[in-house]
Structures are given as structure tokens and as C-alpha cells.
Design a protein around this ligand. Structure first.
Ligand SMILES: [Zn+2]
Length: 251
């Protein structure tokens, strides 16, 4: 999982005794981090690295002393140019702005949930069978104008294709949003949240428990899309990172 670049995840192991004695005084690159126990002796500090990060290194600091310094890799992300003909989706009408603003705040709150109610065990399962159509981190241009970076992984599949929970969790949101269409947000515990957008329909209700591999929805083309696909997003403590990092790891 250790992927020290913008859009990746820092995963550093330190002495568990050192951590237990000093946890109030340890910072990781000034970002929030989660803690995973690795056997009896060590702990892993896991911190998301924002796509917008311009840092060249991240320091693990204990009481103003750098105990480890991790150089960041300069990962290149490709550009993607798409055309959207429905102008309401490019420049939404003024009357939609309060709704869009409200939905953005609901999403932000969901991504920042840090429940200790359950502990996740990686790796995640791929939530859908399909063809990857746009990877995480792509620099997008809509009708020629630069837009936000692509913060999820797009998988193209026919409408009605099954979508599965990649990991156990609790459904945080199941509703219809302006840009994202029908969405599901799942809290996997400890600050790990994943979401599914543009669904034809959701098959789960808010607050319900899901297990990895459960059918949760169907692929659609709701919201701002150019065709049917799943937009899958994963965040750690509010910061979106590359979902693919969670498919491979075993720790
Ligand atoms: Zn997408």
C-alpha cells in the first residue's frame, strides 16, 4: 500500500513502544493519519497524500525531531479531455447552486467520518466487472476548460451491471445527487470511506450493514456522465486517494 506520491498513501512502520509512549506528540507530514497494529511489536502509520501536494518529502516528527523522512515520488498523471453537450451539467443553472452546495457539504461530512466501530481487513474486492475507462488522478478538461482532478476510478459497464461492496461497512448515504446521480457512501471504519456514483439504482439503505461482496447497486448513467459507468472513490480521513492501492495490499 505504501505509495509515496500525491494521490497515494504513506504507510510507515514504527516501533510500537515508541508510538504508545508518544502518540500525542507524533505528526506525519502535518496530515491526519490512522494507526494499524502490525503484530505485537510495531504499528503502521497510514496517511493519505493529497493529489494537490507539492511537498518533496514527508516527515514523521516526534517532539520537533524528525524520526523518519520519506521522499515523495513525482508521479505524472495524464490529461483527459471530454465534451459534455448538456450545458446544465457544465454550467449548472443558478437555481441549482444551493442544492449543489448542500450536497458538497454532505459529501465532505461523509468522507470525514472517522468511526471506530469496525476495523477493516484489506485487500478490497473489485466492486464491479468492467473496463477501466478513466484512472484516478487524471487532469480533466471539460469542453476545453480545466476542471478538478479526477478523484475516483471509472469503470465502464452496461447499465444494470451489478455493483458489489468492496469491503465490510455501514452505509452512510444512499440518495440522488446533482453531479453524482444516485450514490452510495460506505464507512469501512477508522476513517476509510468508499463511494459509488452514477448508479442506475441503489439496493441498500442508509445505516444498513454490508459485507464485502454484497450486491449494493446497479451501474447507471445518472448525474454528470458521458455514458454508463461506475465512479468508485476511496478516501482516508477525508482525502481521496487511488482506489487501486487497496486492491493489492495484504496488510
Ligand atoms: Zn469518475
Amino acid at each position: 500500500m505504501h505509495s509515496p506520491y500525491p494521490g497515494g498513501v504513506l504507510n510507515v512502520q514504527i516501533d510500537g513502544a515508541l508510538f504508545d509512549a508518544n502518540k500525542e506528540d507524533i505528526t506525519v507530514g502535518q496530515s491526519p493519519y490512522m494507526v494499524c497494529r502490525a503484530g505485537f511489536k510495531n504499528v503502521n502509520l497510514i496517511s493519505p497524500i493529497p493529489l494537490s501536494s507539492k511537498k518533496s518529502q514527508l516527515d514523521i516528527v516526534l517532539n520537533n525531531n524528525v524520526i523518519e523522512s520519506i521522499p515523495l515520488i513525482n508521479k505524472e498523471y495524464r490529461e483527459s479531455r471530454i465534451t459534455i453537450t448538456n450545458n446544465d451539467m457544465v454550467s449548472p443553472p443558478k437555481k441549482m447552486l444551493p442544492r449543489i452546495k448542500l450536497e458538497a457539504s454532505i459529501i465532505k461530512a461523509a468522507k470525514n467520518i472517522n468511526s471506530l466501530s469496525n476495523y477493516f481487513v484489506l485487500p478490497m474486492k473489485m466492486p464491479i466487472k468492467g473496463i477501466e475507462s478513466s484512472e484516478f488522478g487524471v487532469k480533466r478538461f471539460i469542453n476545453g476548460a480545466p476542471r478538478n482532478r479526477h478523484t475516483g476510478l471509472d469503470i465502464a459497464a452496461p447499465e444494470g451491471t451489478d455493483v458489489y461492496a468492496p469491503l465490510d461497512g455501514i452505509v452512510l448515504l444512499s440518495e440522488e445527487f446533482f453531479y453524482r446521480g444516485n450514490i452510495i457512501y460506505i464507512d469501512h471504519g477508522n476513517g476509510l470511506v468508499s463511494s459509488f456514483s452514477h448508479l442506475q439504482k441503489s439496493l441498500v439503505e442508509k445505516n444498513s450493514k454490508v459485507k464485502a461482496g454484497d450486491l449494493i447497486g446497479k451501474v447507471g448513467k445518472t448525474g454528470r456522465v458521458t455514458g454508463p459507468h461506475l465512479h468508485w472513490e476511496v478516501s482516508i480521513l477525508g482525502t481521496t486517494v487511488d482506489p487501486k492501492l487497496f486492491l493489492r495490499t495484504t496488510n
